[in-house]
Design a protein around this ligand. Structure first.
Ligand SMILES: Cc1cc2nc3c(=O)[nH]c(=O)nc-3n(C[C@H](O)[C@H](O)[C@H](O)COP(=O)(O)OP(=O)(O)OC[C@H]3O[C@@H](n4cnc5c(N)ncnc54)[C@H](O)[C@@H]3O)c2cc1C
Length: 382
């Protein structure tokens, strides 16, 4: 297929996603945000619309589309100011599904992936614990072998899709005698397993309609077939999936910044002060120019990273730069945009206020900005 045809198909797909977001999501979004969670059936709607796990092979329910198509979904939710839903989708389609696709057995792939693509099952990934976030090597959740089962004990926190999930990829220590990244394994735990319990839906400052929860595992018995990837090699799987995870966050950051700037441009043309539109003040024009430039420069780097990812040539330091640079840029842009709204920007009825609070978490999850700097500097100084 020619590059032009690929591009035309991508834009057609983007158009469909945009129309779906505008007709099915945006009109209800405010209500879901106020309610603190979106309804479970939204996942089924997303599946029916073909927006989940789009780049999985057809044999597993996907459309076998290139990676860019999945990023278009992330972009369009981000651009529309639906960051909560964009984040939940990225966990489901770009993280959990790809852990299973790339590390799973044939049985795991055919059991879970088609149901994830249709929205019948929602995926979550549970790494973070109350005592271990950035330092994942410090996790204490354990999985002990008993006959042909593993028995999982421990607790996780801040888990996206924690209330809605039907399956959770859980990181657990399988060999407590070794330290560091060794001795950790991943397990697929179904939410109906006895001993699995969800905590409450956590109160957050933003992304309210995304459910984020503590998860508890008390003597949860899973068969050996629940092991995802090799025993004691969970960090190996995690490392292999980092590029995609961080790239999707960078893509969403750029799109969310574009969406925030578009609303701001419309506003400054309308709003008047001292007898003229605030767009006419030099400060406004310069701020808009700075933000536009900030977005464009980061977008170009993300594009380069996406091309390298497609060629399997994207290194961890570069994708960490994309995550660091784009999420920090998103923070700067939404802050600058909110300022141009004046007092109205501080009012929750103006979507720019949501863009502002939703952006904040981007510098924290998927590896904090400080951890990104550690990774980048380690490579630069080696
Ligand atoms: C809304 C939301 C959704 C999330 N979803 C998920 C999910 O689905 N699954 C999941 O497993 N986790 C999830 N997380 C957890 C997220 O990945 C962690 O919060 C993040 O990795 C940081 O860990 P922490 O909160 O324990 O902070 P800490 O690790 O305690 O860090 C606190 C501060 O110390 C800094 N710091 C830590 N180590 C270093 C260092 N070596 N050098 C310099 N500074 C350092 C950090 O950058 C940060 O500023 C989510 C978090 C949030 C807020």
């Amino acid at each position: 297929m020619s590059i032009e045809l690929d591009q035309a198909e991508l834009e057609l797909f983007r158009d469909n996603v945009r129309r779906f977001v505008q007709s099915e999501i945006v009109p209800q979004y405010e209500q879901w945000e106020r309610g603190g969670i979106m309804p479970r059936q939204v996942w089924n709607q997303l599946g029916e619309a073909g927006l989940l796990c789009v780049d999985l092979p057809q044999a597993y329910g996907g459309a076998c589309a290139p990676f860019d198509f999945s990023m278009v979904v992330a972009e369009e939710f981000g651009r529309a100011g639906c960051g909560a839903l964009g984040g939940s989708l990225a966990v489901h389609s770009d993280i959990v599904a790809h852990y299973i696709l790339n590390a799973g057995t044939e049985e795991q792939k055919s059991n879970y992936l088609p149901k994830m693509a249709s929205g019948e099952m929602v995926g979550a990934i549970a790494m973070t614990e109350p005592g271990a976030g950035s330092d994942l090597q410090g996790i204490r959740t354990s999985a002990k072998r008993e006959g042909d089962h593993y028995v999982i004990n421990g607790s996780k926190t801040f888990i996206t899709n924690g209330q809605h999930c039907d399956l959770v990829v859980v990181a657990a220590k399988t060999d407590p005698t070794v330290s560091g990244s060794k001795g950790t394994s991943l397990f697929i735990v179904a939410s109906d397993c006895p001993g699995f319990q969800r905590g409450r839906n956590l109160d957050k400052i933003g992304c309210h309609s995304a459910d984020t929860s503590e998860l508890f595992f008390q003597d949860v018995r899973v068969p050996q077939s629940a092991l995802l990837g090799e025993l004691h090699r969970g960090f190996f799987v995690l490392m292999n999936e980092l590029q995609r995870e961080r790239l999707s966050l960078a893509v969403m950051a750029v799109a969310a910044a574009e969406g925030a700037l578009a609303q701001t441009i419309a506003y400054v043309k309308e709003r008047k002060a001292f007898g003229k539109a605030i767009a006419e003040f030099q400060n406004t024009r310069f701020k808009i120019a700075e933000m536009q430039t900030d977005i464009r420069v980061h977008k170009a780097f993300v594009k380069e990273c996406m091309e390298r990812f497609a060629r399997k040539a994207l290194d961890v330091a570069s994708v960490s730069m994309a995550k660091l640079g784009c999420t920090e840029m998103q923070g700067r842009v939404v802050d600058g945009c909110l300022q141009l709204f004046g007092g109205y920007g501080y009012m929750t009825e103006y979507p720019i206020s949501r863009a502002y609070v939703d952006a904040r978490v981007q510098r924290i999850y998927g590896g904090t900005s400080e951890i990104m700097k550690e990774i980048i500097s380690r490579e630069a100084l080696k």
